[in-house]
Write a protein of this length. Sequence first.
Length: 200
Amino acid sequence: MSFVDVPDVFIGSTDDAHTFVVLNRHIRSADRLLTDAGFTARKVNGRTVYLLPPTASEEANERAGIAMYGLLSHTHDLVDLSWTTRRSRQSPCPEPDLRFTLTDTTLTATATTDEARSLLEQHGFTPSTDGSSYEPSMPLSEHDLLGAVVRAESHAYAHGLDVHVELGIPTPDAIPAAPQRTSAAIPCGPATGPVRRRTH
């Protein structure tokens, strides 16, 4: 399983600046909500993914916000880690205060300010030997990796820090396939604690 499969709804960004939405359970009216907001449904590795092509951050913010608020009327199990919807208006973009790199097996973070470093340490991240990066103090599952970045990223956002989350997904074609479902019902509980709800 990938971290994108943990919540009911996962919103992220690819390295080439597409905004994408993955649905991990059937949500009534989701297709209409997303396509009305400007997303295009596409089959990627056997799963339906909703894509917004690279565009101005203000437009991506508005479209993702419309979709997110519609989806929140059906589920609160939604994680939004997209960077494309809040890219800095400055050009060239400055180095963010905090950068997370999340894959299915690892989570690392780099900080450019003392406040960002302090925040990482508050969330249990430990510095590397040379001090160039931070990582969780113990190995974590996909579920826990996602929870760790959601909590730290939400805290940073609340403090006005500039944050960028890289998901290790270079293009939409690299979005992982959905996990194989078994015939037995698998109970679903809260995925990552508090839902990340960005104000769009």
